[in-house]
Ligand binder design. Structure first.
Ligand code: TYM
Length: 311
């Protein structure tokens, strides 16, 4: 069975960009593979310094996965920090790639350009992500378009390592949901927790309404493009054409319709999510972290041997 791996940072509330960019395609295919789902808590440390919030976010993200339809009997759902081999392997990759190479990473450059602190963790981020993926001999990585380059970086880590030490790692392929690409936020740029332009997936109806009403509309064009770009995730183009023609210029009506469409999709998921307790989450993570650790430690024994640190 081929192996699939994906990850999500517990750095805030899940938004519809995460859902359509990564979770939905993942839910659609994960049962066809041996699937790993990782809570990227160490990656979250690049931007989050509130222990209580981090703890809560970890719990929440697992509930989110279950809410969107992941069966925790069928996927290895674990926490990155429970498997120390991830940071160990990241260090080894960092010793193989160059500073100019890492400084070309879009995610890093975009954040720096927006004035977000460029800590060394953020800079090395792609190599920790490479180790997440490569430790499990992953074949396929379902992610949003924004993560495409990170998968290329993981392939570069494979090449660098295999060239230096011999065939050890498998080159992974990204799987990006067709037609979705980068989902815009309420201000039209990429929907992202760090840009504060998100529409929450599991928010209450009031929270979803508030976010939708804050979508920036530009009256110069024929239709409010920022609203339309999000709306097309929920309805076919022909349905939208009718709706947007009938409501030309009536932005409030269009936003109301978008709220209703989001709510119709989210309500059953919210119900499933609410049925999971914090204690359930702890049990699930404990069980699967043991399994992941077992797999990762096997791979690291090979790596340690190859690089010459196993005596
Ligand atoms: P993160 O937590 O930022 O996002 C989780 C997933 O959601 C997708 N996504 C989007 N897709 C389309 N449009 C958007 N606006 C949007 N926002 C988020 C992301 O592409 C991602 O798939 N580095 C990763 C976490 C990670 C990971 C991994 C992923 C760590 N290790 C190994 C895959 C494999 C990240 O920050 O995702």
């Amino acid at each position: 069975m081929k192996r699939l791996f994906t990850g999500l940072q517990p750095s805030g509330t899940l938004h519809i960009g995460n859902y359509f960019g990564a979770l939905k395609p993942f839910v659609d295919v994960y049962e066809d593979y041996e699937s790993h789902i990782m809570v990227a808590d160490l990656h979250a440390l690049t931007s989050l310094r509130d222990p209580q919030a981090l703890r809560q976010n970890i719990i929440d993200v697992v509930k989110d996965y279950i809410g969107v339809g992941i069966d925790t009997e069928k996927a290895i759902l674990f926490k990155q920090s429970d498997v120390q081999e991830h940071t160990e392997l990241a260090w080894i990759f960092e010793c193989l790639v160059t500073v100019p190479f890492l400084s070309q990473a879009h995610a890093y450059k975009d954040k720096v350009a927006k004035g977000i602190e460029a800590n060394a963790g953020l800079f090395n981020y792609p190599m920790l992500m490479a180790s997440d993926i490569l430790l499990y001999d992953t074949d396929i990585v379902p992610v949003g378009e924004d993560q495409r380059q990170h998968i290329e970086y993981a392939r570069e880590a494979v090449t660098k390592f295999n060239n230096a030490y011999g065939e050890t790692f498998v080159a992974p392929q990204e799987m990006i949901l067709k037609g979705v690409g980068i989902i815009p936020g309420t201000d039209g740029q990429k929907m992202s927790k760090s840009y504060k332009n998100t529409i929450p997936l599991f928010g209450t109806k009031d929270e979803i309404t508030k976010a939708v009403m804050s979508i920036v509309t530009d009256s110069s064009g024929e239709r409010p493009e920022n609203v339309y770009a999000i709306h097309k995730l929920f309805r076919t183009e022909s349905e939208l054409d009718t709706l947007y023609t009938e409501n030309a210029g009536k932005y409030k009506n269009l936003k109301d319709a978008l709220v209703e469409d989001i709510e119709a999709m989210v309500a059953p998921m919210r119900e499933r999510r609410d049925s999971v307790s914090d204690a359930d989450v702890v049990t699930i993570l404990k069980k699967w972290s043991e399994k992941a650790r077992e797999q990762a430690s096997k791979k690291m024994s090979v790596v340690r041997e190859k690089i010459g640190i196993a005596l």
